[in-house]
Design a protein around this ligand. Sequence first.
Ligand code: SF4
Ligand code: ZN
Length: 310
Amino acid sequence: MRSVKGPPNAEACVWEPKSEAGHFKASGLTSNSKPHTSHLELVAAALDAAEKHLRCCRLCPRSCRVDRVAGERGYCGLDDKAHCFREMLHHAEEAELTPSHQVYFTGCNLRCGHCTVAEWNEQPLTVPEMDLEGLVEAVDRRQQQGARNVNLLGGEPTVSLPGVLTLLGRIRTKTAVVLNSNMYYNECVDNLLRGLVDVCLADLKCGSRGCAAALLDAGDYVEVARDNLRRAVEHTDLIVRHLILPGHADCCMKPTLEWLAAELPQVKVSLRANYVPPIGANAAPARYVTSQEAEAAVRYARDLGLRLIQ
Ligand code: SF4
Ligand SMILES: [Zn+2]
């Protein structure tokens, strides 16, 4: 197993896994062999630890140290409840995940200038608390409609970790669990999710400290996300998605693909060219990706020998 160092600002976590014995290794995109009892035990232990974290929140590198249970709010703006603003059957995820039952959580620990759901991330409490019973029923219904998985996204779902775990503990249908994450979290989150996530659909956004600071408001993003990818590949079926940013070939696209080729050459890579420029001026690119830029990225990935998927 690769030795990795913890993300910046991460101090001793409240909870560390006592043993790997209860963890099952995800074997693919279905999880019919998931042992029910140990799954519930895993969820219960992780949920207990995650709730303790909220008393002095350091779930992500922002390390706000606020007491979310007492109503204090940090960078993500969340309290101790999960808030979901949408659930839907989606037909445009990567082909092997489609159709996918998406469950959107409000709140995020990044501030991407091109975010398409910014209102829910910047004002996460304007949406009511998660309707757990309703969501459990929705998971059943979406499975009957053909969903191949339940896909947790946001925002950033890991900032709502107790809510995510509560939902995972209540899902009755055996289904693959997809975590769609920006990968900006502390190591304790990876520890708590081990054995509970089948597919990590990771958005790896930038390739340089300067771009991450300007575009995401997180100068340490690249280092943190890469460390978390090294961990995620140990226990999930990892798909790394990279949204091609207009004008960011040399600073973001190329360094990202080169790092993947060097460090994680076996993982599946999904290049996305559907960048939507924001309304209003900020540091985010103000135009769409050209077909030449998209083709150049695919060529670059192929030349590096990466496993491209669609
Ligand atoms: S999850 Fe939210 S409150 Fe906790 S450290 Fe991150 S940004 Fe701060
Ligand atoms: Zn860049």
